[in-house]
Design a protein around this ligand. Structure first.
Ligand code: 5GP
Length: 141
């Protein structure tokens, strides 16, 4: 499959559609997953085009991993979750539904099981509140 430059994440990078951002720099963007599997579920993407880990330029992969580590630490601080899953899918058969490289940061809590992948939109106000907590942790507050 060739990269579709109008996929939803590419459009977010171009500012054509909104997202609830927790971090942005020259190479990467991190934002709340609109259909979270757990409270604090965050996505991290490179700004450069690439469908998956396999076809993305190494510099872009390095940048997105750096941001993923930074945001994962902030998510852990913000939600005090005892566990944290970081996942990344390559190809529809593997579960990929948006074809622009991204990493999921999914908190795991002791008494809450994960919701289904990419099902059921969260309340935007709750996502805004979660993003505010992650931003504060990123800022060291
Ligand atoms: P994938 O299945 O490709 O690994 O993950 C795509 C993720 O993007 C899913 O977890 C899904 O909930 C999320 N997603 C899909 N559409 C949107 C959207 O419009 N905005 C945001 N913020 N997340 C989305």
């Amino acid at each position: 499959m060739s990269y579709d430059k109008n996929n939803i994440f590419a459009r977010m990078v171009r500012g054509e559609i909104p997202c609830i951002t927790v971090h942005e720099d020259a190479e990467t963007l991190a934002f709340m997953d609109i259909m979270p599997q757990a409270q604090g579920h965050t996505l991290v993407i490179p700004k450069i085009a690439g469908e998956s880990l396999l076809d993305s330029p190494p510099a872009s992969v390095a940048a997105v991993i750096r941001t993923t580590q930074r945001v994962a630490r902030a998510v852990k601080t913000a939600f005090s979750c005892p566990g944290l899953i970081v996942t990344q899918f390559n190809g529809a058969l593997a579960g990929q539904t948006v074809f622009h490289l991204h990493f999921h940061i999914i908190p795991v809590y002791a008494e809450t099981s994960l919701k289904m992948h990419a099902r059921g939109k969260a309340d935007p106000a709750e996502l805004e509140d979660q993003a505010r907590r992650i931003r504060a942790a990123l800022a060291g507050g």
